[in-house]
Design a binder for this molecule. Structure first.
Ligand code: KG4
Ligand code: ZN
Length: 318
């Protein structure tokens, strides 16, 4: 089965072609960073307009890259929730129209489940697993009991991890999106300022706004502060807080495998801390390659593949 995956939930337009949930035949991502950087954050109306302009060329390019005719597509999948309403609408409606034109099923996909499902590209893990998604809009811990079974164990009570990176980066005078430049700044630090660990005690819930406020007040009270040391301290604190919540989830759900996903996983320091933590705990850790951590169409096609398999097995059972 060859599936087309469409992602337009925020500020990346992405289309991919994936065979049998495991072989990537094409993956195109068009970033809108340069548009939103002018405003210091995503402007929803501009995002949806750019998706409209980009989706058709990306669809054509993806089919060309894959070397496929439209008749070889078995299903079309698109992210339909959660995300920016206008942006979601573009992928959702384009996907439905394409599926109708090709006379194949349309599969609606949840963005957070897709971030975790991309870990199944190399085969299914042991179930149940824990799933960690840290992105610009979400910080969520899941118990994943099967390829189609996702239960939320905890989520952020305020800002998401990526959102906090973006806001703290702004306070440090860095451009949007803040994660990559903040990581670069932190990598040159000789020392790290100590900040409190974010999170909600004895729960699997995250909370990052206290940390954000602590960094902003630190910068206000110490105008001459070394910004690299502040960035390094902030990054260490985010990673430490995420590991604390994972500790809590693992104690309550002693699984063998941890799945991860979301743009913040592009951060090398966080990847290293997670790898060290997993080795200490003796659990198997899956971290998607950088391009599959950030928003992409492959994850949507992989999630859609498992949903389609489930649909097919239920309809053949009837
Ligand atoms: O998953 P994603 O591509 O889009 C959403 O679903 O939100 O995540 C985007 C987020 C942004 O907040 C961005 O600043 C953050 O991921 N990010 C990073 C890095 N690269 C992207 N955060 C920390 N370090 C990075 N290297
Ligand atoms: Zn995402």
């Amino acid at each position: 089965m060859v599936l087309l995956g469409i992602e337009t939930s925020c500020d990346e337009t992405a289309v991919a072609v994936v065979a049998n949930g495991c072989r990537v035949l094409a993956s195109r991502v068009s970033s809108q960073e340069e548009i939103h950087a002018l405003y210091g954050g995503v402007v929803p109306e501009l995002a949806s307009r750019r998706h409209l302009e980009t989706i058709v060329p990306l669809y054509r390019l993806s089919l060309k890259d894959a070397g496929l005719q439209t008749s070889e597509i078995s299903a079309v999948c698109a992210t339909t929730t959660p995300g920016l309403a206008g942006s979601l609408l573009v992928g959702n409606h384009f996907g439905r129209a394409a599926a109708s034109m090709l006379k194949v099923p349309f599969i609606p996909v949840n963005h957070l489940e897709a971030h975790l499902a991309v870990n199944f590209l190399d085969g299914l893990p042991d179930f149940p697993s824990l799933g960690l998604v840290v992105s610009g809009g979400h910080s969520t811990l899941f118990l994943v009991s099967g390829p189609n079974s996702y239960e939320v164990l905890g989520e952020t009570r305020d800002d998401a991890a990526g959102e906090t990176f973006d806001k703290v980066a702004r306070a440090l005078g860095l451009p949007y999106p803040g994660g990559p430049p903040l990581e670069r700044l932190a990598s040159g630090a000789a020392t790290a300022v100590t900040f409190p660990l974010p999170g909600v005690r004895n729960t699997c819930d995250f909370s990052f706004s206290g940390l954000k406020t602590a960094v902003i007040y630190y910068l206000k009270d110490n105008p001459g502060a070394d910004k690299a040391s502040v960035a390094a301290g902030f990054q260490a604190s985010v990673a430490g807080g995420i590991l604390k919540r994972l500790d809590c989830a693992l104690t309550r759900n002693p699984v063998k495998t941890i799945l991860t996903g979301g743009g913040v996983l592009a951060n090398n320091y966080l990847r290293g801390r997670l790898e060290q933590w997993a080795a200490d705990k003796g659990v198997c850790l899956r971290i998607p390659e950088r391009a599959h951590s950030l928003d992409n169409g492959v994850m949507v096609a992989v999630r859609g593949f498992h949903l389609l398999k489930k649909l097919q097995s239920t309809s053949s059972a009837c």
